[in-house]
Design a protein around this ligand. Structure first.
Ligand SMILES: Nc1nc2c(ncn2[C@@H]2O[C@H](COP(=O)(O)OP(=O)(O)OP(=O)(O)O)[C@@H](O)[C@H]2O)c(=O)[nH]1
Length: 378
């Protein structure tokens, strides 16, 4: 039933921008609820004294047709007409019903809830226009309430039935306003959820390298910042640079170069602890691997595993000047010591140390790893 209703109030809302979609749905909801909730009153008028209530019964039929017309108008993409029309319909129904039957049945309470919703149909209206609409609704309600309150007393109906109808009107008014609030809440939740999702997606995109799909430099900074706040832990910092990559690009082409970068990134990622370490693209043909909670022994072992993994890919590179005919990389490594929040350690220092060690590895013949641990100079 609810799914069926939801389908109805989405009439004409497909492929529209979010603000307009919300408004269309609200107009449809008002149209549906307005039409459906008039039915019990019509039954009451018809079953008690149709001749006495004939004017209000007939007017209500016209009003119900008006409510349903707004759904049709939205379906035909005449959204502004639908919105303007429903404002008139709701206000007319309030005036008309109170005029005919006064306050005794509590029907005015019910339409009061409907007119309170009307300002929400003008999503871009200025505060002054909204205040004017809300003010004129309140004035209309007050005029109806004051002037027509005792106009036409219900006829030939036992007091208990009148009390029941008044009770029904009160419950229906509260139920109606609750239903609208719940629907708003659901919309807000849905919007919030989709915003959170797209923020997450954006954050992920802005921290991901497009070519290798590895985290980028921004992610490295964030990772180090996170670890620098943990007390007393060692993070291995490993800088890798592909050997003779310019020659590779020159001879095999930039596209093959891109593929090689991707393959190397994947190999590095497969050689590390997936739930713990960070493998990132640090620059052009440079990668950085961060190994948290690793001691010297583990870092050295991991570095050798990384170097060997790339060599084992056996990507042909016949144009390098040395005897090796495959793509290799040189590595410089060091460590980052976190000391908790007491003193934020510099993240630059260990990266510089690894960079210097990498430079040494290049000078010492490439396809090798050099340590930048404090005190190490070999
Ligand atoms: N295909 C490709 N090449 C890149 C990319 N980013 C950087 N490079 C190339 O990487 C090469 C780096 O060259 P160099 O810094 O001279 O170093 P190298 O030739 O690797 O020499 P050594 O590092 O001394 O072994 C340059 O030719 C860059 O164009 C990229 O995204 N794709």
């Amino acid at each position: 039933m609810l799914r069926w209703l939801a389908k109805l109030w989405k009439l004409g809302a497909q492929d529209t921008e979010p603000a307009l979609r919300r408004r269309i749905m609200l107009v449809n909801q008002l149209g549906l609820f307005g039409a459906v909730t008039t039915v019990p009153y019509q039954l009451f008028y018809g079953l008690t004294s149709l001749s006495y209530y004939a004017p209000v019964f007939a007017s209500n039929l016209a009003i119900m047709a008006g409510y349903l017309w707004t759904l049709w108008a939205n379906y035909r993409r005449r959204h502004d007409s639908a919105r303007n029309f429903i404002v008139v319909v709701v206000m007319a129904q309030l005036a008309m019903v109170t005029w005919y039957i006064g306050r005794d049945l509590g029907v005015h309470l019910f339409y009061f809830t409907l007119i309170s919703i009307l300002p929400l149909l003008f999503e871009r209206a200025r505060a002054r226009a909204l205040a004017l609409l809300a003010g004129s609704n309140a004035l209309l309600f007050w005029i109806c309430d004051q002037n027509f309150g005792h106009a036409t007393p219900p006829l030939a109906v036992p007091e208990v039935i009148l009390t029941l109808v008044f009770g029904f009107s009160t419950v229906a008014a509260v139920a109606l306003i609750t239903a609208f609030m719940v629907l708003f809440r659901q919309q807000i939740d849905a919007v919030e959820e989709s915003l959170t999702d797209s923020n997450l997606e954006l954050a992920q995109l802005s921290a991901t390298d497009v070519l290798t799909q590895l985290p980028n430099r921004r992610a490295v900074e964030a990772f180090l910042a996170r670890w620098s706040e943990k007390p007393d832990t060692l993070v291995g910092v490993v800088l890798c640079d592909i050997d003779y990559f310019k020659l590779y690009n020159d001879h095999y082409g930039h596209l093959r170069g891109d593929e090689t970068l991707y393959a190397i990134g994947a190999a590095l990622r497969d050689s590390t602890r997936s739930d713990f370490d960070l493998v990132a693209r640090y620059g052009g043909e440079e990668f950085i691997i961060l190994l948290p909670q690793a001691n010297h022994g583990y870092i050295k072992e991991a570095v050798e595993r990384l170097r060997a993994a790339v060599e084992a890919l056996a990507i042909e590179h016949r144009y390098r000047p040395d005897a090796l005919e495959v793509v290799t990389m040189s590595i410089g490594y060091s460590q980052f010591e976190s000391r908790g929040k007491r003193r934020a350690p510099s993240t630059r220092e260990p990266i510089d140390a690894a960079d210097k060690a990498l430079y040494r590895a290049k000078n010492l013949g490439r396809n090798r790893a050099e340590s930048g641990f404090r005190g190490a100079n070999d």
